[in-house]
Structures are given as C-alpha cells and as structure tokens.
Design a protein around this ligand. Structure first.
Ligand code: FE2
Length: 380
C-alpha cells in the first residue's frame, strides 16, 4: 500500500529528522552521516529538497538494516553531545522535544504499517504470539448529556503540544449527547446485516463512489470464514468478538453507520469538551496487547482515550489565529489542513504520554489502516 512504509524506513526517517532539524543547525562542523540519506529519508518537506517517492519506500533494500542502525548510533551520539549542555531555554530544546514527539507518532505508524504488511501476506502472520483474551459482553447504547455553552478548546500549557492545537479559543456548543462507549463490532454487524453497505441514502457521495470502486462490504481486516467473521489483528487472525470496538473503518463508513443509527458523529469540539474532564487513562500502547478491548463500565463515558481513534465530523482546519511552527517546520502540520478529517483520543497503539485532550490526529476520510473507530453523538 502506498501509504505504508517499512519499519527500517521509519527508523531512518526519525533519525534523519533529529539530524536535519535539531543537530545540523546548531552543532558546528556536524557532518551528515551519509549525504544520500537526505534524499531517501525526507518524508514530505519541500523546503528540505527533493525526496524518494513514498510508494517506493518498500523497495529500498539498501541501506541495510545494519547501516540504518549505525546511522542511528551516529545521530544518538551527536544528540548526547548536544543534550549534555542543553537547558530548557536553548533553541534546540524545543526542537529536541518535537523530535521525540515526532518519533512517537512514527512508533504508532510502525505498528499500523506492519499490520497492513502482515495482512497482505497470505500466511497472515502474527506480529505478537499468543492468544488474546477478550470478554464478550453485550452493551446497549447509552448516552451522557452535556449542556453545551461556551467552552475553551485547544492546548493550555504547560507541556508540549503541536502547533495545530493552538491557540486556545472559545467555541459555542449546543446541548449535546455523547455515547458512553465506542460502537462495537456487534453493533456494526447489525448495520451490515441491515444492508448498510448497499444503501446509498446512508452514504456521503465521495464515500459511496470509493466503496463501490474498492468493493468494500466490511471493515478492513475482516475475513469471512466457514465459522463466521474473523478479524486480523497484530496477534493473528481471531474470531470476531462482538463486544470489542469496531476498528479500521474509514470516516465514510463511520458517517454511514451514524446515519443508519439515526445519530451523528461528534464535532472535535464536543469531543474535547468531554475529554478535558477525564484523566488520560485507558488502553494505550502496551507492547503485549495491540488490540482494542471491550468496555467494562456502563455508568460514564468510557474509553475516551485509547482503544480506537474516534472519527469526528470536523474537517482538519486551522484554529482562529493559528501560527505554524517556524522555518522549515511550518510544513509539519499546517500544509495538511485541507481535505482531511480530525480523529481524537488515541488508540491501543498510541504511546501513553503522547496523547492529551487537545491532541488532533488527522487522516483523509478514506483511510482505514489506522486504528480508527466510531463514537456516536446526538443533539440533546
Ligand atoms: Fe515523519
């Protein structure tokens, strides 16, 4: 798949980011490890020169993994030298912290990209060995009610945030409801059984065209076997657990499901207003369990963080007064603020200290290979 990259590329690219954005501007006499790597491992920075086409990253048999690891050691050593006399006011401090947060984003992408690569192998290999235990428990849809009003949205320090989370600003919300749980696989099966993929009245126009072209009849990674639906996970192929959150659906499928349920998706502002009231906790990155799990509670809004990224009904736009990062880093986020949709809350593959209530993830509405799921909302 053109969107996915090999693990070796991710490692080299995050290394290149530290080398180019943090080290080169401030270390006198710093010599890049290999002058060719800027072309191979620049992802999308037009201001930093031409680059290897993304769909061809999987063909980079050289440099070898050993060479990429040597590259990493070289940059690690230079970073150690820089960090030895770095205080928080040093201009490189902010860029180092950005480099670390950038690397966390790629840690999640490594997992979603491996998952897609393994699914593309007819042997369906498991990334993690061993059985995953899951509870099976039917939940009925239930809601929490919120009064709306003027809410403060966006990052409020201290601590790191990306430029796209600022400035903090007022948003007026009408009274609304938010589902206590993400939509489950069992609920999504009801949508499928009711002709969800065959009813144009439920679909956005672009989504219908894409679904027809791609032949979608179920979420990504669902496979029909004699004994029923199975789901491919990083733990291998497993029988579908109807109690687990639905995952690996596009925004278009999420929107069609919401239309079928007679509800809607939340705006990113409704989502954030609720998430601000909750501690960051839940099923986030755990190297032994890389799959969303069923909810156990019924009294409050559950699983707002972790498990699955939740598609919102908000397009990825700049906040009023938005200023991109300086210099070449202006390309980090701002230039993608067109044609993409915001997801919130993190997933089972998101590093725990990477997520917060103001965090804005974004993907094209067609994307399905991230751990993307659905939480419904409605007007009060
Ligand atoms: Fe990157």
């Amino acid at each position: 798949m053109p969107d996915a990259s090999p693990t070796k590329w991710h490692l080299a690219h995050t290394t290149w980011f530290f080398e180019t954005v943090v080290l080169a501007p401030v270390l006198d006499g710093y010599r890049p490890f290999d002058a060719q790597y800027a072309y191979l491992f620049n992802s999308y920075y037009e201001g930093l020169g031409p680059r290897h086409p993304r769909p061809l990253r999987g063909l980079l048999s050289r440099p070898s993994l050993d060479e990429v690891i040597a590259y990493r050691r070289h940059v690690d050593n230079a970073m150690r030298e820089l960090l030895a006399d770095l205080d928080e006011d040093h201009p490189s401090a902010a860029r180092t912290i950005l480099g670390l947060n950038h690397e966390q984003q790629h840690q999640e992408l490594i997992l979603t990209d491996i998952k897609h690569a393994f699914f593309s192998n007819p042997m369906l290999p498991a990334y993690l060995p061993g059985q995953l235990k899951g509870i099976v428990r039917a939940l009925s849809p239930a809601w929490a009610h919120f009064p709306g009003g003027v809410v403060r949205i966006g990052h409020e320090g201290p601590g790191f945030a990306f430029d796209n989370e600022s400035p903090r600003h007022d948003v007026l919300l009408r009274p609304f409801r938010l589902a206590l749980h993400p939509v489950t696989c069992g609920q999504y099966q009801d949508f499928m059984a009711d002709g969800g993929y065959c009813r144009p009245e439920l679909w956005l126009s672009d989504g219908w065209v894409l679904k027809e072209r791609e032949g979608w009849t179920a979420p990504l990674y669902w496979l029909q076997r004699d004994s029923g639906w199975h789901v491919f996970t990083l733990h291998g192929l497993r029988p579908l657990n109807p109690a687990e959150p639905i995952v690996h659906v596009s925004f278009y499928e999420a929107a069609a499901y919401a239309a079928w349920a007679g509800e809607r998706l939340p705006t990113e502002f409704e989502w954030e207003a609720v998430a601000q009231q909750q501690p960051v906790a839940g099923r986030l990155l755990d190297v032994n369990r890389l799959q969303p799990g069923a909810s156990v509670g019924e009294a409050a809004v559950e699983q707002i963080y972790g498990d699955v990224w939740e598609w919102t009904r908000s397009s990825y736009d700049p906040y009023p007064g938005y200023k991109p990062f300086d210099g070449e880093l202006a390309e980090y986020n701002g230039k993608f603020m067109i044609g993409q949709t915001v997801l919130r809350g993190g997933s089972c593959a998101t590093p725990r200290n990477h997520i917060r209530s103001s965090y804005r993830n974004f993907f094209p509405p067609s994307a399905r290979w991230q751990f993307s799921g659905i939480r419904l909302a409605g007007d009060a």
